[in-house]
Design a protein around this ligand. Structure first.
Ligand code: SF4
Length: 687
């Protein structure tokens, strides 16, 4: 038996752990830790260890499928047949009638290929990907304040901080190996503060747990800023030399409504807990790291939540220093990279704005085409789905890669209608999913274990995937599929890549942050961008001397008021619902639920409720109940636990048989268009 070990990167969360795939006689048979990992130092979470089995699942798509219009059944097809149907149909639609959705689950090269395909072949500005559902507010918010939408610091900084302030992140479950770096800080004496409505495993590790109501983050952060200002703790030199807008911010946050007393009421948090947090922020000034995740971003005020975090750290002078910063734990493995690649409606690769005609010309010249879509923002994912659902005469065709919106987007019934209305739908994936059943053509793509490629983790570290086995059956690499469609449609001369590395090298020629990164350089521990030249070592900490992305080099402070969520509780829907992940599964469950060990530990969904709420409704632990909102209802087992705040329910979102998104709200942030998954009003009844 031939055994080989292929060093690669975990495909789940944005921590970006390194491990070895074990390959026996050409077939992947397990994972072994690898001491080389700069992030995980040989350790892995359950998803890292057990999450490989989906790769060899019998359920993998192996051939293209074409839907028989008469019967509605899929039939296996050759690539020639599938490409012919796709090319014929794609040609029917104008650029405004067609959209593409790329995926943060796919490597950088696939995302670069997808946005190039959209802009050159389909000529559409409507390109987006699933960062829209998670960290788009981080990108927009940090970009507005600091001129760059990326995390400012590294995981190494979490380990050396004297205080780690975690808000809206259950990293012990969602990013366990990033959480391990925080525990390293705790072991050396750092204060750990967690703000979360639930007593999560992360909160259990904290010295201080601030259990605020969902949707009250700005109230809490403004309260902290009011005290920082009024107690004279502002880093005056930093604010004077490196920021604009301080007086506007000060006038806002020092209002009486942001007093500790009022915040205690609005957030439902004892005043002494806020006092304790303030004491540690003061004690650990210039050595405090903030960490946030989807508990901050998935709100109609997600961008403002992120900006408020950035403001706290700016007032304290905690930017551009070791052990500090605003550290966003990206959800999917390649959220950072797929944004960097320009799979977004407002920017090309390297964050070159589509609204700037000079940059549009630069991209067009680089690709050798007359022009690329510019001067108009394309549709974001929520706008695409809304248009398919309500105006199917305007948007008619969708090309999806690696995404499953029926499971992952809010208000599943509305998404199902949107998919039903779609005149021509192509889905490229590795499994049949809840969304593929609406497709006209399904294309078998590949996964991380079958491709040489790169991804970029939450600390901007560009890392390698390495091919361990062939994709099953007739499956192909995702960028190869786009190349084949482009050739079929007469655009082959723009897609001449022979290898994944060819795609990377084209990408880095137009993406300044990646200009100095080569596959050879990535053979070590990866490189943190920006890396402008091949002799540059990469950049662990941003904004050390100035905010280079801001026109005047200074951070922009502004007034931000606390606003209520889009939907608030009332007598019909008197309970707040918040949704999230468990350590055993990853978003829509299509990969982790095909891994026996993971599925055995978390086989189905549950609804967490406080014993006081359970008593009000006379619900027993384990009883099946109906959770309902203004959008729909879902049957789910109750889990009665004091680990959730009274008046708040929690439900994980991985389970198709009990889809949390049947009840979640489609309202979205006006800037980032990220839906408010983290808070809506619900009620519950016995079955
Ligand atoms: Fe994979 Fe994230 Fe777990 Fe690391 S922490 S093994 S990247 S899921």
């Amino acid at each position: 038996m031939e055994i080989k070990y292929v060093t690669t990167t975990c495909p789940y969360c944005g921590a970006g752990c390194t491990f070895n795939l074990v390959v026996k006689d050409g077939k992947i048979s397990g994972v072994q830790p690898c001491q080389r990992g700069p992030v995980n130092e040989g350790k892995l979470c359950p998803k890292g260890i057990f999450g490989w089995e989906f790769i060899v699942s019998e359920d993998r798509l192996k051939t293209p499928l074409i839907k028989d219009k008469a019967t509605g059944e899929f039939k296996a097809a050759t690539w020639d047949e599938a490409l012919a149907v796709i090319a014929e149909n794609f040609k029917k639609y104008s650029p405004e009638e067609i959209a593409v959705i790329s995926s943060a689950r796919c490597c950088n090269e696939d995302n670069y290929a997808m946005q190039k395909f959209a802009r050159i072949v389909l000529k559409t500005p409507n390109v987006d990907h699933c960062a829209r559902l998670c960290h788009a507010p981080t990108v927009a918010g940090l970009n507005m304040v600091f001129g760059s939408g990326a995390s400012t610091n590294s995981f190494d900084d979490l380990a050396i901080a004297d205080c780690v302030f975690i808000i809206g992140s259950n990293n012990f479950e969602a990013h366990p190996l990033a959480g391990r770096r925080i525990m390293q800080a705790k072991e050396k004496g750092a204060h750990i503060i967690v703000c979360d409505p639930r007593v999560t495993p992360t909160a259990k590790q904290a010295h201080l747990h601030i259990q605020h109501f969902p949707g009250t983050d700005i109230q809490l952060l403004n309260c902290l800023m009011k005290q920082i200002i009024e107690r004279g703790w502002v880093d005056e030199e930093f604010v004077k030399n490196r920021t604009n807008g301080y007086e506007e911010l000060k006038a806002c946050v020092t209002q009486d409504k942001y007093s500790i007393e009022n915040t205690s009421v609005v957030c439902g948090v004892p005043a002494e807990k806020i006092e304790q947090a303030l004491e540690w922020l003061r004690e650990c000034q210039h050595k405090t790291a903030f960490v946030h995740c989807l508990g901050i971003t998935q709100h109609t005020v997600g961008v403002d939540n992120v900006r408020s975090i950035a403001f706290v750290q700016t007032l304290l002078g905690n930017i551009g220093k070791p052990g500090c910063g605003v550290n966003a734990l990206r959800g999917q493995n390649n959220v950072q990279g797929s944004c960097d690649m320009g799979a977004l409606p407002n920017v090309y690769a390297g964050y070159l704005s589509v609204m700037n005609p000079d940059l549009a010309k630069k991209v067009a010249d680089y690709w050798g085409v007359d022009e690329v879509p510019n001067g108009k923002l394309g549709l974001h994912i929520p706008e695409m789905l809304e248009t398919f659902e309500e105006h199917p005469d305007k948007l008619k065709c969708l090309y999806l890669m690696g995404e499953n919106p029926v499971m992952s987007d809010p208000n599943s019934k509305g998404v199902e209608q949107a998919m039903e209305n779609c005149e021509f739908l192509v889905v490229q994936d590795i499994f049949e999913t809840e969304t593929t059943k609406y497709a006209d053509v399904v294309l078998p793509g590949s996964c991380y274990a079958e491709e040489d490629g790169t991804q970029t983790n939450a600390e901007r570290r560009v890392q390698r995937f390495r091919k361990a086995a062939d994709a099953p059956g007739e499956s192909k690499l995702d960028w190869e599929i786009m190349k084949m469609i482009a050739e079929k449609m007469g655009y082959g001369k723009y897609f001449t890549w022979e290898t994944t590395e060819d795609v990377f090298n084209e990408m880095r020629g137009i993406t300044p942050q990646y200009a100095g990164i080569t596959y050879a350089k990535l053979d070590g521990d990866g490189i943190q961008w920006p890396c402008p030249t091949e002799d540059h070592p990469g950049t662990p900490i941003l904004h050390i001397d100035k905010f280079a992305g801001m026109p005047d080099g200074k951070a922009k402070l502004q007034a931000i008021e606390h606003r209520a969520p889009a939907e608030v509780i009332d007598s019909d829907y008197p309970i707040w619902l918040t949704t999230g992940a468990t350590i055993w599964h990853w978003p829509s469950g299509s990969m982790t639920r095909r891994c026996e060990q993971l599925d055995r530990d978390a086989p189905t969904a549950w609804l967490e409720m406080n014993p006081a709420d359970a008593a009000k409704y006379n619900i027993a632990d384990g009883e099946k109940v109906i959770l309902y909102s203004r959008r729909g209802e879902v049957a789910v087992n109750a889990r009665v636990t004091p680990l959730i705040k009274e008046g708040v329910f929690f439900m994980p979102f991985h389970f198709t048989e009990a889809r949390a998104n049947l009840v979640t709200n489609t309202a979205y942030d006006p800037v980032s268009r990220t839906p408010e998954f983290k808070v809506c009003a619900v009620n519950v009844k016995k079955m």
